[in-house]
Design a protein around this ligand. Sequence first.
Ligand code: GDP
Ligand code: MG
Length: 160
Amino acid sequence: FLPHLVASMEGVEQTYIMIKPDGVQRGLVGEIISRFERKGFKLTGLKLFQCPKELAEEHYKDLQSKPFFPKLIDYITSGPVVCMAWEGVGVVASARKLIGATNPLNAEPGTIRGDLAVQTGRNVVHGSDSPDNGKREIALWFKEGELCSWEAVQGPWLVE
Ligand code: GDP
Ligand code: MG
């Protein structure tokens, strides 16, 4: 390790990624976490969690008026989810690319939804859509002591 190399903090963001109940039930937890790890992002929060109805409604409040909203709340609360906070340069947009389009039918092969899902209502994973929502959602799903700030040794090998 070359100690004079220090990774710049420029463009570092946080995003909230969640493996939905179908991803847990189908045994895809390791596969999905692995994709974000391999890309080079840093895990700063991780837990298996049974989401209460109220939290699901708050998380998806922008979709309240949609006809599928009740089904969406049933889906998200139907079993445990894996809640994650990830950090990195451009992580919000980059994670959305790794995840792929909302409808797995339109998600490119190579993306999580393109490779591992078939229908919008069972699209295995959530990712924040903006840095502001990343912060909002991490604060919503995690308590302060549950997050961990740490220095990854690979930092300067990923970011100049
Ligand atoms: P995302 O940001 O790609 O997850 O997509 P949205 O923010 O638009 O929607 C949030 C989630 O609601 C999606 O990931 C789906 O789980 C669900 N959803 C969105 N549109 C539909 C729909 O037309 N039908 C059903 N059943 N679920 C939907
Ligand atoms: Mg969304």
